[in-house]
Design a protein around this ligand. Structure first.
Ligand SMILES: Nc1ncnc2c1ncn2[C@@H]1O[C@H](COP(=O)(O)OP(=O)(O)OP(=O)(O)O)[C@@H](O)[C@H]1O
Length: 374
């Protein structure tokens, strides 16, 4: 299949580039991943490319899908090199090995792979099928809790559509660059990096014109993370091309799906599960966020959205249920004030809930004490 794909790519030309994209070295066999009939092609466009990227992508897609109808799904990713400063170098996409017999249920005999990034043991994606379900709040709380438990933790905000980690952790400073590497900002015992640090107009330009996926690769690989037990990745919400590529190209040990109890969110959550399964990333489990509503005045709990949907769904889908986090004013107030629960109220009930979830995540990755999934 790869040879035939290469043959067809040999007919594609890019504006201002001499010869076709294969002759020009923009794509080679190592940039093509094939799993069953799902194909990912990564084309490395020169940083100073002035042509129409959308047209180039469309031309590649049309040529491949027309000539190779056996291709079931095709993802063409254009990666770029920055014009200067830190180099953006997307690694060749690699499909992970064929799914294990019981994909998505990592257990004692099926430890997810360790991260392929030197110094980082596990990269864990926190994802959601749709926006606004509390994914970033959950990612921050899991990361801060793991750090409070004594693990070495990094938190990478890859939510390019609305980076909220700077706000959730009340970080206003800019990362430094030392020896051509970006130094993450230290907060609450974690090392933090966010797209939000780069998006302020007044911020120094650290990356010039790289595309989203390349920027994420750079943030994962080129940031000076040092030694980490966990790098928690706050993914952009949804299951579009950018998310799929991130799931594909980042050496993830596993993914955690955050969902609210509403049916719609669960339908979306299933899409999230499917996306990770398609690229063979083990699903560590589902977290039900905004589960029961706890009244800040009387403390009574009400199942506004129909609590339990995510738990039942997790069972049906054969993935672990990691826990339910209630909809509580204290969670919104503390996280919006820049403090995760473990910092704002380390002995409170919410910190306790996040501790159980974080411990399950650590255990599933072989880093904690075994826990019962009750
Ligand atoms: N369990 C909870 N209880 C109360 N408020 C919550 C809870 N979880 C999240 N929130 C609040 O809901 C809002 C959205 O949360 P958050 O930004 O984490 O969602 P998200 O899924 O990451 O959103 P986006 O899709 O925009 O990135 C925030 O104001 C947050 O404080």
């Amino acid at each position: 299949m790869k040879t035939r794909i290469m043959a067809h790519l040999g007919h594609v030309e890019a504006e201002g580039v001499k010869g076709n994209i294969v002759e020009a070295g923009l794509v080679s066999e190592k940039d093509i991943a094939v799993n069953d009939n799902k194909v990912v092609v990564s084309v490395n466009v020169p940083g100073d490319f002035m042509g129409d990227l959308a047209r180039l992508k469309a031309e590649i897609e049309t040529r491949l899908t027309t000539n190779l109808p056996e291709i079931e799904s095709l993802l063409v990713v254009l990666t770029a090199e920055s014009g200067g400063g830190v180099q953006v170098q997307a690694p060749p996409p690699k499909l992970r090995k064929a799914p294990a017999p019981n994909p998505g249920v990592p257990g004692p005999d099926m430890r997810p792979a360790q991260s392929a990034i030197p110094g980082i043991k596990h990269i864990v994606a926190v994802a959601s099928g749709k926006g606004g379900v509390g994914k970033s709040t959950t990612a921050v709380n899991i990361a801060a809790t793991l750090a409070a438990m004594g693990f070495k933790v990094g938190l990478l905000d890859a939510d390019i559509y609305g980076p909220s980690i700077p706000r959730l952790l009340d970080i206003t400073e800019r990362p430094e660059i030392r020896n051509e590497r970006v130094v993450p900002i230290k907060k609450y015992g974690m090392k933090v990096m966010s797209m939000g640090f780069l998006m302020d107009e007044e911020a120094p330009v650290i990356w010039r014109g790289p595309m989203v996926v390349s920027a994420l690769m750079q943030m994962t690989r080129e940031v000076d993370w040092g030694e980490l037990d966990f790098l928690i990745l706050d993914m952009p919400p949804g299951t579009g091309d950018a998310q799929l590529t991130m799931a594909q190209q980042t050496p993830l040990s596993g993914a955690v799906i955050v969902s609210t109890p509403q049916d719609l969110a669960l339908v979306d959550a299933r899409k999230g599960l499917k996306m990770f399964k398609d690229v063979d990333v083990p699903i560590l489990g589902i977290i039900e966020n905004m589960s029961t509503f706890i009244c800040p005045h009387c403390g009574e709990s009400s199942d506004i959205f129909g609590h339990g949907g995510a738990e039942a769904d997790a069972r049906r889908l054969g993935v672990m249920f990691l826990g339910a986090v209630p909809l509580h004013m204290a969670i919104r107030e503390t996280s919006d004030a820049g403090k995760p629960c473990i910092v704002a109220a380390p002995d409170g009930p919410h910190a306790d809930g996040y501790k159980k979830i974080a411990l399950k995540v650590a255990t599933l990755l072989g880093e904690g004490d075994p826990v019962d999934d009750d």
